[in-house]
Design a protein around this ligand. Sequence first.
Ligand SMILES: Cc1cc2nc3c(=O)[nH]c(=O)nc-3n(C[C@H](O)[C@H](O)[C@H](O)COP(=O)(O)O)c2cc1C
Length: 167
Amino acid sequence: MKTFIELAKTRYSVRKYKPTSIPTELLAQVLEAGRIAPTGCNNQPQRVKVITAAEDLAKVDQCTPCRFGAPAVLLVCYDKTVCWRREFDGKSCGVADACIVATHMMLQAHDLGLGTCWVMYFDPAKVAEQFALPEHIVPVAILPIGYPVDDAAPAPTKRFGVENMLL
Ligand SMILES: Cc1cc2nc3c(=O)[nH]c(=O)nc-3n(C[C@H](O)[C@H](O)[C@H](O)COP(=O)(O)O)c2cc1C
């Protein structure tokens, strides 16, 4: 069994997928990981659209070039009428909530042998239009998800040392 740090260190952005569908029970486990994520004031504003139908995947392709052939996409959003807002500057934690949810789901997917890639390169107005999102639902991340192709490999990314992140 992988430790958390092994899981985190072996996850990478998958940009080539097999067309094989994801078994429903695995998808359910990924969504469960998103459901239990912490959110500001526990308001749970996350809203996730599971996209698997060919015509809906084609709509994703209208919004981003970054589906990478995945057979499924999780569109991670938050409801801005539900998320917590701090009184000092009115800042909402909807984006933070949605990002934690997406991270939980990415790591759960990896633990199940599935690949994902966080995609921010999309036009939110187009996403709202293609998926008829109401005005209060804000899309934050598109997560293509599926089985990586057999020769999938991490891009040569490197991480700076801890000293770089310490202020
Ligand atoms: C907030 C965020 C936005 C990202 N947007 C994109 C994107 O639009 N397209 C893409 O191919 N990768 C995107 N990525 C993936 C990053 O490029 C990737 O995580 C980074 O290069 C490190 O590589 P790794 O995930 O393989 O460790 C995004 C990642 C994050 C966290």
